[in-house]
Each structure stands twice: as C-alpha cells, then as structure tokens.
Design a binder for this molecule. Structure first.
Ligand SMILES: *[C@@H]1O[C@H](CO)[C@@H](O)[C@H](O)[C@H]1NC(C)=O
Ligand SMILES: *[C@@H]1O[C@H](CO)[C@@H](O)[C@H](O)[C@H]1NC(C)=O
Ligand SMILES: *[C@@H]1O[C@H](CO)[C@@H](O)[C@H](O)[C@H]1NC(C)=O
Length: 396
C-alpha cells in the first residue's frame, strides 16, 4: 500500500503541470528571433495590450518542438489573450490554449498575435482589409520559419476565419504571393463569416457591413429577407472579398474543418445567411454543429474538439453537455423577444437612405412598414443582431 503514495503524488504533480496556463506576450527567445530576422516593424508582440497582445515561443534554443505548431487567429475586436474578466467579447485564446496544454502542447507550439485595434468601440469599422490579411500572413510565415517545421495548423475564429483563409490562399488581391497550402496540415474555422451576415443586409452603409471587404450578404433570388429565407436560392453579389475567397479553388490546407452553432447571437439563428450556413468553408472535409453555444463559446468551449480536428483529423460528433447535437431544427433554441420596435426603428433609421451599398445600386430596398406583419419571427433574430451592432458590440 505504501508504494501507492508516490504515484498519487506523481499524479498530482503531473496534473498541476498540465493545468498550466499560457502566458503572454511572445517569449523573449521568439522576440529576439523576430528582431534578428526582419520582423521588428510588424510588432507581433503588441506590448500596447500588455501581456494579452500575443503568446508563443520557445523558452530557449534547446526547447524541442514536438507537436505540430498551431497558429490562432482571433475575431473582430478580440485579442490574443483575454483582455480582462468582464469583456464578454474579448476572451482571447486562454481557454483554448489551456485545453491544448492539458494535451501536452507547450508554449513553443501555440502561437497568436493580435491583428486589430482590440477595441470594441471600433468594431463597426473593422473589415477584411489587406492590412490585416498581410499581417496574419507574415505572422504565419514567421512561425513557420522560427519553428522550422514543414507544416502548422491554423485555427481561426469569426472574422479571423476569412482573414486567415485569404492569408493562406495567397494571390494578387493583397499582393500576398504564392499559396501556403502545402505548409498547412489542418485549417479549422470556428463560427466564421464566409458568406456574409444577415444583420448587414440593410446596413451596407456601416463600414463593417460594406459590399467590398465587409460582411454584406448580397441577395438571393426572390428572397427578400436574409434571416428568413423561405426557399432555396443562389446567393449573389455578396461582399467581393468573401466572394473572391470562395470562388478561389486554392485550398487552405490539407484538411479543412468548420465548427458553428445554431445559437450564435452574432451570426444569427443557425449561423445562416439566406438559408445556408455562413460559417461553412467550400471544399471542407467536415463540419460540426453545436446547438447551444454562443458566438464566443464556439472558440472558448470547444478546445477538446479543436484538438481532435487539428491533431487527429477527426470530428467528434457528440455535443457538449446541454447541447443536443445537430440541427434537424427540432430543438433549436428559442430566441428571446427583445424590444423590437425600439431596436428596429433606431437601427433602420440609421440605414434609411444609406441602406443600399454604393457598388450594388440595383439591389431592392426593403419596404420597411411591411416587415413586421410579414416576418415577425425573422425580426427577432435581426433585432438581436442589430442590438449587438448598434451597441457597438458587434464582434466577428
Ligand atoms: C531545420 O530543420 C532541418 C531538417 O528538418 C534541419 O536540417 C535544419 O538544420 C533546421 N534548421 C534550424 C535553423 O534548426
Ligand atoms: C480532406 O480532403 C482531402 C482531399 O480533398 C484529402 O486529401 C484529405 O485526406 C481529407 N482529410 C480527411 C481528414 O478526410
Ligand atoms: C430531430 O432530432 C431529435 C433529437 O436529436 C429527434 O428526437 C427527432 O426525432 C428528430 N426529428 C426528425 C424529424 O428527424
């Protein structure tokens, strides 16, 4: 019986070690490497965000890299690591990284920088612009060179999905150069916006919703309301950046997966635009749908599934507790009914006269007074999204 004591102690030590938390910013060793290899001006450290601006890197020259390194790309106004205990939409990759460390990954194998201003007050100004794509591309290149590995994995969340898809595909659009497909083992998109956002349908005037590099969902046959699509239709004239991305056959990696939720308060009910999931990635190998997760949960609570996808190339089809997997629609969550009239009138007042994006002059304008009587159920999800949008809390 005495012999059991040391192994219990050992277990305790091991579990303490494996509960290790990732800390930012980039390790001094990686910082020095970036400095010496021409990356100083990229400021991948993001010291303006304290220790939350970045993470990853070896402790010293001798630390071995065993697991395939993973690059994480956050969404709109989010950052590499959690900003503080209260900012709901700025939770960073802390919880995900903790899962990976529990599975034996080290900080030398997990990498992120912050690509945007990380200010929720600026969320409505954020777009899929080349500046961000180039920054993400350069960070991926730096991690590949620094870790000296032939392939990495990439996990993006929300707006970070399409940005990093473009970064990997390369091409002339942002003068990116050749595709990095051969250097990416698994590309995993979490709650991405690849086919637009219904909230933006009549809000093209808002920068983040614009029809060039914003989330504008375009139009779809005879269907007039994106969030309440009555029949199958072909989506056209959605924002150019997304359209070019989806029509480019270059792959994002050898294995491509996407996760999303039916209860995503930002992407809308079912995470759909015009009846099809906006988080899907063309030519993906597989996907997983959660029923109960909110937008940030798809990043923060799915670490165990993320590891299976990028390391084992397998999707675990069991849902999380409280979930109830797979939308056959029967157990979709009930959406709360907010103050519709206030939201819709303040939201749509801002859109009046400007709701039709400049470069889509032939789009039909919504006949506002007709909506409530016709589409009250879709108004719930539109108004939920508008609430986020007009509180300046839109995070993608
Ligand atoms: C990178 O890896 C290759 C083999 O995979 C090795 O030959 C080379 O020395 C490594 N370079 C550095 C800087 O460690
Ligand atoms: C994903 O599809 C590609 C071919 O398009 C294939 O090479 C790869 O093995 C597939 N991955 C999985 C996990 O099935
Ligand atoms: C939908 O899924 C639920 C739970 O998974 C199941 O009980 C129900 O029979 C399914 N309905 C249809 C029409 O497939």
């Amino acid at each position: 019986m005495k012999a059991a004591i040391p192994s219990v102690l050992l277990l305790l030590i091991v579990s303490t070690l494996s509960a290790q938390k990732i800390t930012g910013p980039l390790s001094p060793h990686f910082q020095q490497w970036l400095q010496a290899n021409g990356y100083a001006s990229n400021d991948f450290i993001r010291g303006d965000l304290g220790s939350s601006g970045s993470f990853g890197g070896r402790a010293d020259e001798n630390q071995k890299i065993i697991n395939q390194p993973v690059v994480f790309v956050h969404g709109n106004s989010d950052l590499a690591l959690q900003k503080d205990a209260v900012s709901t939409y700025q939770t960073g990759w802390d919880q995900t990284a903790a899962f990976f460390m529990k599975e034996g990954y080290t900080a030398a194998e997990l990498y992120a920088t912050t690509w945007g201003p990380a200010q929720s007050s600026q969320a409505l100004q954020q777009t899929y612009k080349c500046e961000y794509v180039l920054r993400i591309r350069r960070f991926i290149e730096a991690v590949l060179a620094y870790t000296n590995t032939s392939k990495i994995d990439i996990i993006g969340h929300s707006m970070g999905v399409a940005l990093s898809r473009r970064a990997v595909k390369g091409g002339s659009e942002c003068n990116l150069g050749a595709a990095l497909t051969d250097r990416v083992d698994t590309f995993l998109g979490l709650a991405g916006v690849n086919y637009g956002l219904c909230t933006c349908q009549y809000a093209g005037i808002i920068t983040t919703c614009n029809a060039n590099d914003g989330f504008f969902p375009g139009q779809c046959g005879s269907q007039s309301i994106c969030a309440f699509t009555l029949q199958e239709c072909v989506q056209t004239q959605y924002a150019t950046f997304m359209q070019n991305l989806n029509e480019d056959p270059t792959k994002e990696g050898e294995n491509i997966f996407a996760f999303w939720s039916n209860n995503d308060e930002i992407l809308g009910q079912g995470s759909k635009a015009f009846g099809k999931v906006t988080a899907r990635i063309p030519n993906m190998n597989g996907s997983k749908t959660y029923n109960s997760l909110k937008h940030m949960d798809v990043k923060d609570k799915t670490g165990a599934d993320q590891i299976k996808a990028v390391r084992d190339h397998v999707i675990d089809m069991t849902d999380l507790p409280g979930g109830g997997l797979q939308g056959n629609g029967s157990n979709l969550p009930t959406w709360s009914l907010p103050d519709l009239s206030g939201l819709i009138s303040s939201g749509l007042a801002a859109l009046q006269g400007g709701g039709r994006p400049e470069n889509r002059p032939n789009l039909p304008m919504l006949n506002l007074p007709d909506i409530p009587s016709l589409f009250s159920s879709s108004l719930q999800s539109i108004s939920d999204s508008l609430k986020n949008l007009f509180n300046g809390r839109l995070i993608l």
